[in-house]
Design a protein around this ligand. Structure first.
Ligand SMILES: Cc1ncc(C[n+]2csc(CCOP(=O)(O)OP(=O)(O)O)c2C)c(N)n1
Ligand SMILES: [Mg+2]
Length: 912
């Protein structure tokens, strides 16, 4: 039942009237047929909508254009000139990919995607995309990544790129045009990395939402910026593509337009050969509350639809699966007449007046410029919800019968001379590209000269729209526009926790609160949390700076009146994203790139369950790094043994390792509040200070409470602060141990223990035990950043290799540990590979103790014993190392193992 029995559950106040309506309906079905009945129902529903009779929206409409021909607006441009400009761009895009692949076969590039979407982009470029002239933010356009040849070709035709640029497409080592949109590689051109399918769409939703956030918080007037997201129909199978749709509608993001290039194909073949992707997407969008505009048929179908008195044409359109439509795109007019129109005599009669050639060239809506203009116009005029334009196209359109709509079309990277000649003819470029030029070994590019009608037209359009896109600008370096934090926000952490037991997570929550209260910087801080604010002690902020809710709080909160009430507000500052790390990460990216994309620096802190960060949204973090994001990722409840309950899917021992794979991330694992504070203070300066580095900070935060030590006074304190930032410093001197009877100072056995994060307790206990029970003098170092130490060492190693006759340089980690004595044992709540990053760069024997293996739920004590990272294991590791160096007897290690009750036959936790 369509209405799930709803009509049976409400009383029928006038059964006779009901019966009359139903009887008339039956009569229509009997006498006029189902098509007519359907038509009348639709008319009634339309009328219900127009008269605001509340009724649930249907999720599908017939397989025809949403905007009827007679409602298309007047087209304000010069259609012929725009067609010519489009032809130039199409031509150059094809030539560029072909030339690159002639130069180096296999360099890649795509012809067919842009060929299918040229009109989708051009209508935007000529009439809708707003640039960044006069200091405004303009529109944010997410281009389909593998449509980039067309975007470069337009920049070339506009005169922003030259032939040499196009010839270096994909030769990035020489600084050539990047394969796809990569701000890392082309920081003055691309803004949004999109080519990992799905990430562009989700980013675009949260970008549109972030624009509203800035507007509602009165930080930046983004009211004239629109977000355009171009997305492939195949790309819709990525969960991220769909992930933001409901939020977009809930937030009423009418500043967001999706343009879905429905060429019915993906890489291997049809997207929905047996189904209809446009209908499926329509239902998805409408079900989510979007405004949907289908652009399925080109203008030459209008006349046929007008003749469709029996509804047979619409029926046929509704019934034909996409696989068939793809086939028709490759077939002759005769075939189409036979198979599409042929089976029904009424349909066959409808096209009798058309020749085979005319039948074959009945275009799809996505190649019909006026239809697209109408859709874009309607999308920009629509209010109250986001719009999806579903445009039906042919993959490889205009590239000729060997390429168009073929299953292999996506992968074709070259065109032969003959194919190029056919393309030229099809694009009507015979004048611009003479026969002789075609015969040359390399096909020529073409662009209109400045002063020519086409060039001047484009220039005029750009002037009206405020400049060219894509265009990335960083206005003013670094911190301009973002006030420096007051030092007072950080100072309390240098005092330690004064006897109170606290965690680094609690310390961070306090620091975040201090930053939010900073009279100048405060409002630019963007706290982002998925549904874990309480876990991390951030609930106090709910009432203080409030949760952003575009419509305000329209209910009385259950905890209203309490100090820590759940408060939502239109100008709330916290982005509480709910249970979506992907959504939260997309928000983070919008905030972290706002200094460039909106010329409004913001300072985002995204706090999440560390296990659900790199592991879950790692590709988005990579994307954010590509986009030159600047901000702080905070992996709370870090450590495989520190969060004692929860178990295998929660306990994180790898995020630091995963973080080490991202070049622009600084990955920190602080043990103490003062370390954490120093790192954050430094990070803000690094990102938004005069140098404006495009870096992200990842900081682990733990939930184990202990008394936070104060930063030492004087030089030692400065050393510790700087060491925390650089990655390593000596936290505790060697314990004074009496030499053995009759021996001298040099007979004292020594060792060095490195710790990070909560492993500091095991390290410090071991240091004491080693002195008291084993006569070993151990010193302890805090290593806050193995990644940084490794990168510094690798850089110096490289420098030394390339400068053989210069005096060799020494890496920081080698220098730091040069004077420490005895073997090194490094203990961490993360995998052993984390400390192993420096093993090669220290001269002492090196043993990492870490938490390799699946996590599990138990007490901290049991877990640390299981993973062999407790004090006893540190002691045994030190003794064992000393034994292999010949400094103690093997029996002493045996004795220690027995004394601490270590089960030597237990299974390695890595495989247990
Ligand atoms: C996450 C991810 N998986 C796979 C790919 C490889 N890939 C690039 S384009 C493409 C097909 C895209 O099809 P569609 O979205 O329909 O775009 P079209 O080219 O048809 O417009 C695939 C599979 C990718 N870029 N990202
Ligand atoms: Mg496709």
């Amino acid at each position: 039942m369509i209405f799930d029995g709803f009509s049976h559950q409400v009383p029928d106040i006038d059964p006779r009237e009901t019966e009359e309506w139903l009887d008339s309906f039956d009569a229509v079905v009997d006498q006029r047929g189902k098509s007519r009945a359907r038509f009348l129902l639709m008319k009634i529903l339309e009328r219900a909508q127009a008269t605001q009779v509340g009724f649930p929206a249907t999720v599908s409409t017939p397989y025809v254009n949403t905007i009827p021909a007679d409602e298309e607006p007047w087209f304000p441009g010069d259609e012929d000139l725009e067609r010519r400009i489009r032809a130039y761009i199409r031509w150059n895009a094809a030539v560029m990919v072909t030339r690159a692949n002639a130069r180096y076969s296999g360099i890649g590039g795509h012809l067919s995607t842009y060929a299918s979407s040229a009109s989708l982009y051009e209508v935007g470029f000529n009439h809708f995309f707003h640039g960044k002239a006069n200091g405004v933010a303009g529109d944010q356009v997410y281009f389909q990544g593998h449509a980039s040849p067309g975007i470069y070709a337009r920049a070339f035709v506009e005169g922003r790129l030259d032939e040499a640029d196009l010839d270096n497409f994909r030769f990035e080592i020489e600084g050539g045009l990047s394969s796809y949109p990569h701000p890392r590689l082309m920081p003055e051109f691309w803004e949004f990395p999109t080519v990992s399918m799905g990430l562009g769409p989700i980013s675009s939703v949260y970008q549109a939402r972030f624009n509203r956030y800035l507007l509602n918080r009165r930080i930046l007037d983004t009211s004239s910026s629109r977000v355009w997201c171009y997305v492939g129909d195949g790309e819709f199978d990525e969960p991220e593509t769909r992930a933001g749709l409901s939020l977009a509608a809930r937030e009423e993001l009418d500043n967001l337009v999706y343009v879905v290039n429905c060429n019915l194909q993906r890489l291997d073949g049809p997207v929905r050969g047996n189904g209809k992707v446009i209908q499926e997407l329509e239902a998805e969008f409408r079900g989510n509350g979007w405004n949907v505009i289908k652009v399925i048929w080109g203008s030459r179908w209008d006349d046929l639809l007008a003749r469709d008195v029996d509804g047979v044409l619409v029926n046929k359109m509704n019934e034909t699966p996409d696989g068939e439509f793809q086939k028709y795109a490759t077939e002759t007019g005769a075939y189409i007449r036979e198979h599409f129109f042929g089976p029904d005599p009424r349909l066959r009669a409808m096209v009798e007046h058309l020749s085979d050639a005319e039948l074959q060239s009945l275009p799809r809506g996505g190649h019909d410029y006026r239809k697209l203009y109408a859709a874009y116009r309607a999308a920009t005029e629509h209010t109250g919800s986001p719009t999806a334009i579903l445009a039906k196209t042919v993959k490889g359109w205009t590239l000729g019968p060997e390429i168009e709509a073929r299953n292999a079309t996506h992968q074709i990277k070259k065109m032969s001379h003959d194919q190029l000649r056919a393309l030229r003819d099809r694009l009507k470029l015979t004048e611009e590209i003479p026969e002789a030029a075609l015969d040359a070994e390399e096909p020529p590019y073409y662009r209109p000269e400045p002063g020519s009608v086409a060039f001047e037209y484009m220039t005029a359009r750009k002037r009206v729209l405020g400049g060219s896109l894509p265009h990335r600008v960083v206005r003013g370096k670094g911190i301009e526009g973002l006030p420096a934090p007051r030092p007072a926000a950080f100072t309390e952490f240098t005092l330690g926790s004064r006897g109170q037991e606290v965690s680094t997570t609690m310390a961070f929550a306090r620091l975040l609160r201090n930053l939010l209260r900073d009279p100048e910087l405060g409002k630019y801080v963007v706290p982002i949390i998925p549904d874990e604010g309480r876990t991390f002690g951030l609930d106090a902020l709910f009432s203080e700076v409030k949760i952003y809710a575009s419509g305000g709080q329209r209910y009385t909160s259950v905890d209203a009146g309490l100090l820590l009430q759940y408060s939502e507000s239109k100008d709330g500052q916290i982005l509480q994203e709910g249970i979506t790390e992907a959504g939260a990460m997309a928000s983070f990216t919008a905030a972290a790139t706002s200094y460039a994309t909106l010329s409004q620096p913001m300072l985002p802190f995204f706090l999440y369950y560390s296990m659900f960060g790199f592991q879950r949204v790692g590709d988005q973090i990579w994307q954010c790094a590509d986009a030159r994001g600047r901000g702080f990722l905070l992996g709370a409840t870090a450590g495989r043994t520190t969060m004692s309950g929860e178990g295998l899917q929660h306990e994180d021992g790898q995020s630091l390792l995963l973080a080490s794979t991202v070049p622009s991330i600084k990955a920190y694992d602080p043990a103490f509040a003062y370390e954490m504070a120093a790192i954050v203070e430094h990070g803000i300066q690094e990102m938004y200070g005069p140098d404006g580095e495009d870096v992200l900070y990842y900081i682990t935060l733990y939930n184990e409470n202990y008394v936070m030590p104060p930063l030492p006074e004087g030089a030692a304190g400065e050393n510790a602060r700087q060491g925390a930032i650089d990655g390593i410093y000596r936290f505790a001197e060697p314990v004074v141990v009496e030499p053995p009877a009759g021996g001298s100072e040099s007979d004292v056995r020594r060792a060095t223990i490195l710790f990070s994060g909560t492993a500091w307790t095991a390290a410090m206990q071991a240091r004491t035990i080693l002195a008291e029970e084993w006569n070993v003098s151990a010193e302890a170092w805090s290593v806050t950043n193995y990644k940084a130490l490794r990168e510094d060492a690798l850089e110096i190693e490289r420098w030394n290799r390339l400068h053989p006759s210069a005096a060799p340089r020494v890496p920081l980690v080698s220098r730091s540990l040069a004077s420490s004595s005895g073997p090194i044992v490094a203990v961490t709540d993360f995998m052993k590979s984390v400390p192993d990053q420096i093993a090669r760069f220290v001269r002492q024997p090196f043993t990492p103790l870490g938490t390799d293996g699946f996590g599990r739920s138990d007490t901290r004590e049991a877990l640390r014993r299981h993973f062999e990272v407790d004090a006893a294991h540190v002691v045994v590791a030190v003794l064992s190392s000393l034994a292999s160096m010949g400094q103690i007897k093997q029996e002493e290690v045996d004795r220690a193992i027995a004394l601490y009750g270590i089960d030597t036959e237990s299974r390695d936790p890595r495989v247990a």
